[in-house]
Design a protein around this ligand. Structure first.
Ligand code: SF4
Length: 375
């Protein structure tokens, strides 16, 4: 990072030009029209996984359902998950819910107004805590996300790996030595510049307010920075999904309390080596001995951050006299755990908080004859 003693001028450019630019150029976003920490919190958690422009309809829908901490805390987990549907990373929604309950019980419904108390809430780490504390309360703390790391690496011409936790720590500490009075605007300005001007590809240096001080611009290293070493490759898993039909209903299971899509409703799914429907059939037969032969429905793919599911869907009929909810769960790890299951009519499936990995299969299921009489 830049030495603050010998680079006063460069640091001043960073502070002043960024604040001036942010004041004029910032996007008009619903959560920027307020300093209410609740709205900033929700938007920051959503922004961890989704581009700002994309998240606005989700944000508006969520805020409409839960306009304040009290309403969020009073909701059921299923309602919160439902309102989060489409955003993925459902543990974040659960943490929002848990944190709202803590705010109601331990802070008498008042949002914690400082960085250290914010960090005690589930789902709030140094970035989100810093963003809320600085934007809502103008506390002098940094909020370092990927955008900020990129801008600072380039501005300081740093060749440290921004994927390394040590680099993040160095940047965080360095920013805290140069934070101006308008801390919230400065932090937001860095994020905004990273999103709008100093983008990962083709940064718009010619219109960048920082170009006079930017060190990589001076040294001609813009295209080399930031340094980000390649992450571990995503693991491909072949999965078989069981689409069980009982009369006019489909069968769902609730996933275990930890791991991928924890506690979300799903179709039964197992990892497979054969991809002929045998693995899912074998597993399902432990619970539904009188299953029909599997009917291949189609294929789908779902990409998580570290895993890719290559899914083959197989349809099965179960006799209508089969019990309402077998007392076992068929997980992709081939384990049987006592957990909730249910049959749902096609029209009421929308009531379930079904993650996108599974809800997108409904189109495929609807298209095949197996489902023609599921209403
Ligand atoms: S001048 Fe270019 S590289 Fe430097 S901060 Fe601006 S956009 Fe990024």
């Amino acid at each position: 990072m830049l030495d603050t003693k010998n680079n006063d001028c460069l640091i001043e450019i960073l502070q002043l030009e960024l604040l001036n630019w942010f004041e004029k150029a910032k996007r008009d976003l619903p959560f920027r029209r307020t300093k209410d920490p609740y709205f900033i919190w929700i938007s920051e958690i959503m922004a961890q996984q989704t581009q700002i422009d994309t998240l606005i309809p989700y944000y508006n829908r969520f805020i409409e359902s839960f306009p304040d901490v009290a309403s969020l805390a009073a909701a059921t987990e299923d309602q919160v998950i439902k309102a989060w549907e489409g955003l993925g990373y459902y543990s974040r929604a659960r943490n929002l819910h848990r944190a709202s309950k803590i705010i109601m019980t331990e802070y008498a419904g008042c949002f914690p107004d400082n960085f250290s108390d914010l960090l005690k809430l589930p789902g709030i780490g140094p970035y989100t805590g810093g963003a809320i504390a600085s934007i809502a309360f103008n506390e002098k703390v940094s909020a370092v996300d990927g955008n900020v790391l990129r801008v600072i690496s380039r501005y300081c011409n740093s060749f440290d790996d921004i994927g390394d936790a040590k680099t993040k720590k160095i940047v965080t500490v360095w920013i805290e030595t140069i934070l101006p009075k308008a801390t919230g605007d400065f932090n937001e300005g860095l994020m905004e510049l990273g999103a709008m001007i100093c983008t990962p590809q083709n940064p718009k240096c010619l219109i960048c307010p920082l170009r006079l001080g930017c060190q990589c611009h001076s040294f001609g290293t813009t295209n080399e920075l930031p340094i980000k070493k390649k992450k571990q490759k995503q693991v491909h898993k072949k999965m078989e999904v069981g689409i069980l039909k009982r009369g006019g209903e489909l069968f769902f299971v609730k996933r275990p309390g930890s791991g991928l899509l924890s506690e979300m409703w799903s179709f039964p799914i197992v990892e497979t080596t054969t991809e002929k429907g045998d693995d899912i059939k074998k597993k399902l037969q432990e619970f539904f001995p009188e299953l029909s032969e599997p009917v291949f429905i189609g294929e789908s793919r779902h990409v998580f951050s570290h895993i890719i599911w290559e899914m083959s869907l197989y349809g099965f009929e179960v006799p209508s006299q089969v019990c309402e909810a077998p007392k076992a769960y068929i997980s992709d790890e081939m384990e049987a755990l006592p957990i909730k299951t249910q049959f749902k009519g096609r029209d009421s499936i929308n009531d379930l908080a079904l993650p996108v990995a599974f809800s997108k299969l409904l189109t495929l299921i609807d298209a095949v004859s197996l489902q023609t009489d599921v209403k």
